[in-house]
Design a protein around this ligand. Structure first.
Ligand code: ARG
Length: 676
């Protein structure tokens, strides 16, 4: 076996070498052909000869590619019994790509279309729908072919793989793909030994900038979305084993601190010795603002304070720190309640770095004088410039973001030097980030060949009146109040269901928190983040439909199935060594296939950073489980309630379902409880 294997590996390597030589040769000929076409006086006979030769070579190349694909599959038996679920779409894509390139060597970049099949099991589990578009390509070049024949040609060239049981051509030329159930059992079974593992991706360093509220201003529902969506994306990336740095780019620097410090000096003259008892920073801010607007002398002192702060005068720095601390404590309370982790790196961190980058931009000639301001233009995609220096010499949100992006991507001394930076900020700031990316590219900080940047925007939160979410008096709603309200409503809901009578006070409290924070997060995450959504406790606490409450209940019920049959997680692990997950019954197979999609759903979300994919997926798991449970007994009891038969394969299927749901819950920040 060992020898066999190394023989195959060597063979594959040799074949690969031959292919690359041939590829280079084909490329060369291609170049020659196109040169000849350009020169109008090409000798036609010569050209035709070359074209024929080119086609022949491509054909030979294709045959070799299939050979390599098959060699590699044989030489890597680990593919099929590896401990990980794999992306089914990726494998099918590879297989069909090989087949299609081999079948149609005369088409460059042929379309490879793979889809999950519709629910009727007759049509297989997945489909390859490439034959139709390929027929179109031929039609355009005047060749008449039928898609069915093309589909047959694809199948003739398809390498074998343990995942694929069989393929059938249907209708005008669809290829229905049937998965092998033993393969599926093996993949799902691996969960019991290794847990739910992520698909393999290339490791990257990622900075994700999210939450980012402003000091001395209350965190409001707008920041709530950034916090929830950012945390979920960070969890997804961490699950995929990326190196993730969660950055809280708080607004902790700027002219508003002048009036806050001046007001602090007046209200609490002893603040340098004694921590000032500011309980409500928002009204403190309001008071300061009122004085600033009405009192000329105060205004002057406020301006002086800004200058002193910006030159790092120690007393002013101390006062500034005190104010930041009060806010920080308030933010932390919210983060603790919602289980959010962040590292603070606010605007103040970039103050000196901003000075540096402004100088660099200036020296490189990127700045333009505009009526006393120094501005920088991005590229043709942007119509507004960045204001890098204000006419009074001060810096702006724009300039500190330039310093921040430089710090992320291009700082040589930086341990976090990132490959990828993600900004989770409301869609109102889309233009700001578009300009930021354009300017960073222009300044050579952001290199699209090496770096990835994403602006993850989101819509506003609306009240039930479909207007911007506000209190009755028109103030923006404070996050703390919202969370408290959530707790109250969640408890009402649990009591309505009589849960207070069966749960211990401790269990009830845990269920209450799980439901309250879970429903707030889930309502946010389950909507396409680009859209606005209506904040309604009544809707999010419904126990039917795609809500956290429904899912948390469904999960608890699934876990209780094994418990009824006296199976602890450890016993299930033992059981899985002797028994296989059962995927025979039509409903078992349907559920199994949904579970096998887990890697694909994760990769899809990684690709576009839309967390609602995971919500839809976990909801599909829950509803498919119900379908299974309605028609398949897991534990059979007699009329007196005694267990007469346990279907072990189904207990295992239920447990695999719970484990995958649990992983999704973790990414979404939902905390399931054993009892609710
Ligand atoms: N503090 C800002 C705000 O509340 C959000 C900051 C987002 N991050 C950034 N790098 N600009 O609008």
């Amino acid at each position: 076996m060992e020898n066999d294997l190394s023989y195959h590996v060597e063979e594959a390597a040799r074949a690969e070498e031959e292919v690359s030589v041939l590829k280079a040769y084909v490329e060369d000929i291609k170049r020659k052909v196109s040169d000849m076409v350009v020169e109008a006086n090409t000798d036609n006979a010569e050209l035709n000869k070359l074209i024929t030769e080119n086609t022949k070579l491509k054909h030979r190349l294709a045959i070799l590619s299939i050979a390599i694909a098959e060699e590699q599959m044989q030489s890597k038996p680990t593919i099929s019994d590896s401990s990980k679920m794999e992306s089914i779409t990726d494998i099918l894509h590879q297989l069909f790509h090989t087949a299609i390139c081999a079948a149609f060597p005369d088409i460059t970049d042929p379309p490879v279309v793979i889809a999950v099949a519709a629910s009727n099991p007759k049509f297989g589990d997945y489909q390859c729908n490439s034959a139709m578009p390929i027929a179109n390509i031929y039609k355009q070049s005047g060749k008449k072919v039928t898609p069915r024949n093309l589909a047959q040609k694809i199948l003739d060239n398809l390498p074998s793989h343990p995942m694929v049981e069989k393929c059938e051509i249907a209708g005008p030329g669809f290829i229905n793909i049937f998965l092998n159930r033993d393969y599926a059992v093996k993949k799902l079974q691996a969960i019991f030994q290794n847990g739910v593992q992520p698909p393999t991706v290339e490791r990257k360093k990622i900075i994700i900038d999210f939450s980012s509220p402003n000091i001395a201003k209350e965190m409001h529902v707008g920041h709530l979305r950034s916090t929830i969506i950012g945390e979920t994306i960070a969890r997804l990336l961490e699950f995929l084993n990326f190196e993730v740095h969660r950055i809280n780019h708080i607004g902790d620097w700027g002219t508003q601190f002048g009036m806050l410090i001046a007001h602090l000096q007046d209200r609490f003259p002893d603040h340098l010795e004694k921590m000032p008892p500011i309980s409500d920073l928002q009204s403190f801010y309001k008071e300061a603002k009122e004085r600033f607007d009405e009192d000329e002398e105060f205004k002057k002192r406020a301006y002086d304070s800004v200058v002193k702060l910006q030159s790092f005068e120690p007393k002013h720095i101390k006062a500034w720190k005190l104010i930041c601390d009060v806010s920080r404590k308030e933010f932390q309370k919210i983060y603790d309640r919602l289980d959010i982790t962040l590292k603070e790196r606010g605007e103040s961190f970039y103050q000196t770095r901003t000075e540096k980058i402004v100088k660099e931009l200036e020296e490189a000639g990127f700045l333009e004088n505009d009526d006393g301001r120094k501005i920088m233009w991005g590229d043709e995609s942007t119509t507004v410039p960045f204001t890098i220096v204000k006419s009074d010499g001060g810096f702006t949100y724009d300039s500190s973001d330039m310093a921040a992006i430089k710090h992320s991507f291009a700082n040589r001394l930086q341990e976090e030097k990132a490959d990828w930076v993600i900004y989770v900020v409301d869609s109102g700031q889309a233009t700001h980030f578009q300009i930021l990316f354009a300017c960073a590219k222009k300044a050579g900080i952001l290199d699209p060949k090496k770096h990835r940047v994403d602006f993850v925007g989101f819509g506003v939160v609306l009240g039930e009146d479909k207007k911007k979410f506000k209190t009755r008096s028109g103030d923006s709603i404070r996050l703390v109040d919202l969370l408290d309200k959530g707790l109250e409503k969640a408890l009402d809901k649990l009591k309505e269901k009589g849960r207070d009578k069966v749960l211990t006070p401790d269990e009830l409290k845990r269920a209450q928190e799980s439901v309250a924070y879970g429903c707030i997060k889930y309502a946010d995450l389950s909507h396409n983040r680009n859209h606005e959504y209506i904040f309604s406790f009544d809707k999010m606490l419904e126990d039917k439909g795609n809500t956290a409450v429904y899912l948390l209940y469904a999960f608890t019920r699934i876990r209780s199935i094994a418990r009824t049959a006296n199976f602890t997680p450890e016993k299930i692990k033992e059981l899985s060594k002797k028994e296989n997950i059962s995927l025979e019954h039509e409903k078992e197979w349907k559920l199994g296939k949904v579970l096998l999609r887990f890697p694909d759903e994760i990769l899809k979300t990684l690709n576009d950073l839309y967390p609602h994919h995971i919500c839809e997926y976990v909801y599909e798991i829950a509803t498919t489980f119900t379908e299974f449970y309605d028609s398949c007994y897991c534990v059979e009891k007699d009329s007196s309630g005694d267990i007469v038969k346990v279907n072990y394969g189904r207990i295992l299927l239920a447990e695999a379902t719970a484990m995958i749901m649990e992983k999704c819950f973790h990414i979404l920040g939902l905390k399931p409880v054993e009892k609710m």
